[in-house]
Design a protein around this ligand. Sequence first.
Ligand SMILES: O=C(O)CCC(=O)C(=O)O
Length: 236
Amino acid sequence: MSVYTPEQVRQWAAQVDERGYATIPGVLSEEELVFLRGTLDHVYAIYDPEKDGLQKVAGYHFSANLVNKSPFFETMFLRNPVYDIAKAILGEDCILSSLNSFEPLKGQGNQNLHRDGPPRPSEGTVALNSMWSVDGMDRDNGATRLIPGSHLHADPPPAEERGIIYADAAPGSVVVTNAHILHAASANPSGRRRRVMHGYFTRRGREQQTKQRQFLSAEVQARLSPLARRVLAIDP
Ligand SMILES: O=C(O)CCC(=O)C(=O)O
């Protein structure tokens, strides 16, 4: 696994603040990617919206509530430099709102440009997304597209998409986005696999997309580390 310096964390956090996204290479190892490919396919197959809290969307493989699905996910969201960047922008006591996985299927998956939540309020960025690339993503298999800098204004999505970039992400890399940026999943024309995990962080005190205290089993909650409990806001 790669080692990152505080200066790199500072630079990536500045990119997320200024242009709205940063791409971090080498966060997941080859061995972990092999594990994740098998695990996510299993997780997609057994997904239960009643137990896991969110409805499935047509055109995608999907799972919410990943922290409940394998011990690997109980620590993944604490991995640096992703968690360090979240703390730098959202505060030392930031929390994980949700950990989901999402894959556009062949010829499907195009979303409209949107923000994850409202435009950025005057208090500054209140949420970040981190997209953990398992297979690699590019324009040909439905990479996330986004408009750099659009987290700095509150304009609605343009009727004609202009100024778009596609977030190319090699397997094992993580794209951290400012959640107020205009972005969307794109159609997957090739059908090449595009499994991504979304670790969504927010400021403490804001509502979680997955209320971890409600959706994590008693068994999982009992073995979480004190840090994981804090970041998952398990204790009142
Ligand atoms: O996976 C992606 O490319 C982005 C997904 C997204 O923006 C969403 O589901 O709201």
